[in-house]
Write a protein that binds this ligand. Structure first.
Ligand code: SAH
Length: 374
């Protein structure tokens, strides 16, 4: 059947890059105690430092008055080294949507987006600088992979948002991050270890971590089947999102090139397996692209493929009107076709929502993150 060349799998980062420095957020509580002991300090200093970082949301040594002044700067320099600097922040929706461009220590650029809603604050974070998955409709996919991000670099994007909310810098009063979605730059499951570390830091109770609910964390994937199965066994009930975008292999091979490695059937089965193991309803992401994947028959086929894979209620579909990316000939579906797509899925009993496209005008919506410094 498939005489296509095997897709080069970009799971390993390019060699020769400067590694990000070790940071408290890379380490488990036990590893933090060891790191502090190596500096000749009692282990409980690690807990104090964790409390400053994750609970008090400060990385400024001047505010850490419970740490002895002698050696405080050194401790902070050793365990809370700067990881990234903001290049700029763009705002939309009256300041409640904020996209930040970050420069990492080696010069790589990544973006994160904070979205405040009446009832929640969602941070959309990057897990890699660039992306190796090459989906043709996604801006990030066009530039290839620069490198994997470290656990602490991933976590620090959330902490930066948490700090600005705590300091009342986002309209709506002081607040907290309630949701994190791995829907920024990169394929999270291609940087598996660092992403799991980040999920643990976000969900570990304070002062070891940020104390978020695992349900509030969504890991979105192109469908790296072995990693999806591994994620099911981690024992952290995060929400899994599968970026499907087509119910048939012929079209999905074009839209999500990794499909030539793991088919629609295999990816959907792994998603259903995730539901069986965790009890968490899986989200199927489907960017509606005019005249490409928005046909009525594809809505019907999508419904059939999903219903065949698991028990009723295992899945819901999240339709994303395509966000235009520079140079692409594709656009969002006609609203009538979108409504018909929703109607057909719901007629089959598949719950379906249409995602709002916040931050479009600041290129901060799904698939628009390209991280150029200009
Ligand atoms: N690599 C992960 C996370 C990346 S982006 C993944 O693919 O799931 C999060 C979602 O945005 C994915 O569903 C992705 O397919 C979608 N997306 C990418 N480009 C888009 C675009 N131009 N318009 C709408 N959605 C897009």
């Amino acid at each position: 059947m498939s005489d296509r060349p095997a897709l080069p799998l970009v799971f390993d980062e390019p060699r020769g890059r400067k590694k990000p420095p070790r940071h408290l957020a890379d380490l488990t509580p036990a590893e933090r105690a060891e790191a502090v002991a190596e500096l000749g300090l009692p282990a409980f200093r690690a807990g104090q430092l964790s409390r400053h970082y994750f609970t008090r949301l400060t990385d400024d040594p001047a505010e850490m008055t419970d740490l002895p002044a002698a050696g405080r700067e050194e401790l902070v320099a050793a365990l809370l080294p700067p990881l990234m600097t903001p290049v700029h922040t763009l705002e939309a929706d009256g300041g409640t949507t904020r996209k930040t461009l970050w420069r990492l220590g080696d010069g790589s650029l990544v973006e994160s987006v904070l979205m405040r809603y009446p009832d929640r604050v969602t941070m959309c974070v990057s897990s890699q600088a660039g992306c190796g998955m090459a989906c043709p409709f996604c801006a990030t996919g066009q530039g290839g992979l620069q490198r994997n991000m470290s656990t602490a670099e991933i976590v620090e994007q959330v902490l930066a948002g948490a700090r600005s909310l705590a300091r009342d810098e986002v309209p709506g009063g002081p607040g907290r991050v309630s949701n994190v979605v791995f829907m920024g730059m990169g394929e999270p499951l291609a940087n598996y270890k660092a992403v799991i570390g980040a999920v643990r830091r976000l969900t570990d109770p304070g002062p070891d971590g940020l104390g978020m609910s695992a349900r509030g964390v969504t890991v979105s994937t192109v469908g790296l089947v072995p990693r999806m199965r591994q994620l099911a066994d981690e024992g952290i009930p995060v929400t899994l999102a599968l970026s499907l975008h087509a119910p048939d292999d012929e079209l999905r091979n074009e839209l999500v090139p990794i499909n030539t490695r793991w088919t629609v059937g295999e990816a959907v089965d792994a998603a259903a397996h995730y539901f069986q193991v965790t009890g968490r309803r899986v989200s199927i992401e489907y960017a509606l692209i005019r005249d490409i994947n928005d046909h009525g028959w594809r809505a019907d086929l999508l419904g059939d493929v999903l219903l065949a894979a698991g028990p009723r209620g295992w899945v819901h579909v999240n339709l994303i009107p395509l966000n235009p990316t520079p140079g692409s000939k594709w656009t969002a579906s006609d609203p009538r076709d979108e409504r018909e797509f929703v109607r057909r899925l719901e007629a089959k009993g598949v719950p379906t929502t249409v995602r709002d496209t916040r931050g479009r005008e600041i290129d901060g919506a799904c698939g628009q993150l390209a991280a150029t410094a200009t």
